[in-house]
Ligand binder design. Sequence first.
Ligand code: SF4
Length: 324
Amino acid sequence: MTARSTQTRVAAVAELESSCLLRPGNTNCGGCGMSIALQLLSRATAGRTVQLVVPPCCGWVTGGNYPHTAYGASVMASTLGSVGAVASGMANVARLNSEKTRVIAWAGDGATYDIGLAALSGAAERDEDVLFICYDNEIYGNTGGQRSSATPSGASTTTTPRGKRGAKKDIVGIMMAHQVGYVATVSLAHPDDAVRKMRFAVDARGFRFLHILSPCPTGWKADSSLSVHLVRLAVRGGLFPVLEARDGALVVNVRPEFSGVALAEYFSHQRRFRSGSVDVADILGAVGRHWAGLERWGARLENGEPLGPIGPQGSAAGPDGGAR
Ligand code: SF4
């Protein structure tokens, strides 16, 4: 290899790294869904200036030790409870300074479903110019894997060693009820759809919300090579609906097969679901009821009617969709 071609390669790598939101040297576990999501977000934000707001979740540890950082963008640390408020403030500062910066809140389920829900709801209700992305690993991964309200029923965590009781909270339904400009779910197994949605959400104005099912091999006790496969199985089974709500319409981007075989495989790969802690037939029933609720919401959105409750999310909900 000539010195010139080496220089060219080094320059190309440097350019790639400069546009990459997640650089080599980060501290994420192998196979982390959040790493995959950040790579997709890098493609969506290419050529744009973004600022991230990250609460103390795994996404905060991702950057590594000061003075180094694996993030390829400015990052503001918030508390778990204030990410929506901090992102709102940054978006307003950018607007007052006539900056083109797009502000992205990058939060796990703890800072979205639980501790940060009030500030998130406030930012959505005020229609702040913020893109809020929840990478949902269904636990408090950063602090050792405690249950959150995103944890599905039957999943073993450090605080629910015998399996969580109670269904997963329906955060997408909650955000759709805010009737903000854009709410979508993102499948890591469908990268083109994912990047399209992320890019639209980055460029759009007003409040936007993206929900990503983000496998955590460490907490889910799954092989790190299976993360994308697990998401694909969840989509096939209807457990993770791939959809977007925009302009008064609810669009399903990937039609599920409602496959019990896919769901059985999904659970079998994760040792957090102890033998007997989930019943695939029950879950398929809850998934069906959740999808029926989604269809009703789609009709109401198109008719401009108020949205009622969707019903519990199918993720390992009990026979009645409630506590097991
Ligand atoms: S604990 Fe889970 S979410 Fe956190 S970095 Fe590791 S794999 Fe990712």
